[in-house]
Design a protein around this ligand. Structure first.
Ligand code: ADP
Ligand code: MG
Length: 271
């Protein structure tokens, strides 16, 4: 793998979240998926979120992306509080924040050609109003295909005609299409063959650096976060139990839980 090239994040806040709680109710059962979570994220920062399955990672990023609402607490994106906004008022967020999910087999519509999949975010009425008038979809398609190293001919094919790694490239191209400021990736390489994980991580690294993106990566695999992120947030049972610069957390973990997570990764322990 190539060494990550981190640029210094600016002082400008992209996200501020305060006291987020998310309680899921199913029948009489209640699950507290997120408990009093607060964070800030600056422009250009690369935040890695780790923690065991069920610790609340996806719940947290879904709330940041405006795909879910906190039961209580507040989230500011740039200068707007987003947690109570109606869907129709979330256009600015849909254009600025894009997501890449774990499994491109389920996140890409199998009946759509790659060209349609990638330009779909540009055609969404919510997003369209946020983009400069007259964005040329074909030109943007060609740009993002080149960004992810796929030949333009691939645009006329369907997702099943591609390998897992290529499908994730398509998902990344789709996310880049509206020129987002923030990329949120939920387990972006976990569903991929081990042999292509490094390629996709390198690609993400290059794209984040090249386009000056702010990155949030969720992974149960600390190596992924080690490779992509400058800041680390550790979750356990819906709580943020650790949050700091990656180097700081690796060098001096504050909780036994983080120590155990780190100890499970021989390459980090050796550092
Ligand atoms: P992670 O991404 O860290 O694996 P999640 O945020 O997906 O964790 O889930 C946190 C907790 O919330 C888990 O106990 C999970 O079962 C529960 N949960 C997540 N989504 C829902 C939902 N839509 N309905 C009910 N419970 C949910
Ligand atoms: Mg998850």
């Amino acid at each position: 793998m190539t060494e990550p090239r981190f640029s210094s994040p600016s002082e400008e806040l992209v996200y501020r979240a305060e006291g987020l709680n998310r309680v899921y109710r199913s029948g009489s059962r209640q699950v507290r998926a997120l408990a009093d979570a607060s964070l800030t994220l600056r422009r250009g920062q690369r935040l890695g979120i780790v923690g065991e399955s069920g610790s609340g990672k996806s719940t947290l990023i879904r709330i940041l992306a405006g795909l879910d609402r906190p039961t209580s607490g507040q989230v500011w994106f740039e200068d707007r509080e987003i947690s109570r906004l109606r869907e129709r008022d979330l256009g600015f967020l849909r254009a600025s924040v894009q997501m890449v999910f774990q499994d491109p087999r389920s996140s890409l519509n199998p009946r759509m050609r790659v060209s349609q999949i990638i330009t779909e975010p540009l055609r969404s009425s919510l997003v369209r109003r946020q983009l400069p008038a007259g964005v040329d979809h074909r030109a943007r398609l060609a740009e993002v295909m080149a960004d992810v190293d796929l030949p333009l001919e691939a645009a006329e094919r369907f997702p099943h005609e591609f390998s897992g790694g290529q499908r994730q490239r398509i998902a990344i191209a789709r996310a880049l299409a509206p020129k987002p400021d923030v990329l949120i990736a939920d387990e972006p390489v976990s569903a991929l063959d081990v042999s292509v994980r490094a390629q996709v991580m390198n690609l993400l690294n290059d794209l984040v650096a090249g386009h000056g993106l702010t990155l949030i990566v969720v992974s149960h695999d600390l190596m992924v976060v080690r490779h992509l992120c400058d800041t680390l947030l550790v979750m356990q049972h819906g709580r943020i139990v650790e949050h700091g610069s990656a180097e700081q957390v690796y060098a001096n973990p504050q909780t036994d839980y983080t120590k155990a997570l780190l100890a499970a990764i021989p390459r980090i322990r050796a550092w």
